[in-house]
Design a protein around this ligand. Structure first.
Ligand SMILES: NC(=O)c1ccc[n+]([C@@H]2O[C@H](COP(=O)([O-])OP(=O)(O)OC[C@H]3O[C@@H](n4cnc5c(N)ncnc54)[C@H](OP(=O)(O)O)[C@@H]3O)[C@@H](O)[C@H]2O)c1
Length: 258
């Protein structure tokens, strides 16, 4: 099949948070475009199942599963080493893992929850970027993609620290784009609205949630993990060759440019 601008044949992609949800769909999309893909999450059994499903779907063994907690530096170091061993130097990274252990006002957030959110959603993505940048710089090209959130775009009475962390992640992306651009490395963020995954179940799995989708989302539905396949391929491939330092919002129209 002619993949043209979206061809990822021979590319190596590494994704965190990719055993289910958006990460799982983005991994399959990259594999379908020809990339060799390493998927990562904490639970090895779910990762193995996801890798087997994707390999069956593409009819080749090009997806590998390596367990790692994306919030721990030593896990990320081991993950990048394993990716080198299994697949080679990295061309594409998707920092998709994110956490939110606190639902409530920032005035009440315990220090350990705050630190966990900031370390996993922000600092770990800086560690990941620094670990893969040498591979990309040696090739003179690479694409770094990070999953932020529309939560970055406005304050919230219940998800405030999470939103702060995702806004900081967009700031990180911007600076990565500035610092690594001269070496041919691009960095962009994806900002999902509400997507029907385990992570966001409390936001959508109720009659009140369905009512919000029907009345407040211009496209009249919440997102599905599959909605993120196309943007991952776009940002990973030459189709977005002149795009860097951007935050792309995929939210069914809830957050429009203004
Ligand atoms: N769903 C939404 O409405 C929404 C909206 C905006 C932004 N986001 C962002 O989208 C990203 C993906 O979320 P999702 O909705 O697709 O969630 P999901 O379906 O629940 O999947 C989360 C994935 O991340 C892994 N994971 C969780 N914590 C991890 C950690 N510390 N280290 C490594 N892997 C970890 C999970 O596997 P294990 O449990 O085995 O680790 C799983 O593979 C997150 O960054 C989230 O903040 C989601």
């Amino acid at each position: 099949m002619e993949r043209g601008l979206f061809d990822l044949t021979g590319k190596v992609a590494l994704l965190t948070g990719a055993s289910r949800g958006m990460g799982r769909q983005m991994a399959e999309a990259l594999a379908r475009q020809g990339a060799t893909v390493v998927i990562s999450a904490r639970k090895q059994d779910q990762l193995d199942a996801a890798a087997a499903e994707i390999n069956a779907a593409i009819g080749e063994t090009r997806v590998y599963a390596v367990a790692a907690n994306a919030g721990r530096k030593e896990d990320l170091e081991r993950l990048v080493e394993e990716t080198h061993r299994l697949a080679g130097p990295i061309d594409i990274v998707i920092g998709n893992a994110g956490v939110n252990p606190h639902y409530g006002p920032i005035g009440e957030i315990p220090d350990d929850a705050y630190n966990k959110i900031m370390q996993t959603n922000v600092q770990s993505n800086l560690w990941l970027a620094r670990l893969v940048a040498p591979d990309m710089a040696a090739k003179g090209s690479g694409s770094m993609i990070f999953t932020a959130s529309v939560g970055a775009l406005k304050p919230s009475p219940t998800l405030g620290t999470y939103g702060m962390s995702k806004l900081a992640l967009i700031g990180l992306v911007r600076n990565l784009a500035l610092e690594y651009g001269p070496q041919g490395i691009r960095a962009n963020a994806i900002c999902p609205g509400v997507v029907k995954t385990e992570f966001a179940r409390a936001l959508w799995d109720s009659e009140a949630g369905e009512e919000r989708a029907r009345t407040q989302v211009p496209l009249r539905r919440f997102g599905q993990p599959e909605d993120f396949a196309g943007v991952a391929v776009f940002l990973a491939s030459d189709a977005s060759s002149y795009m860097t330092g951007q935050a792309l919002t995929l939210c069914g129209g809830t957050n429009m440019w203004s």
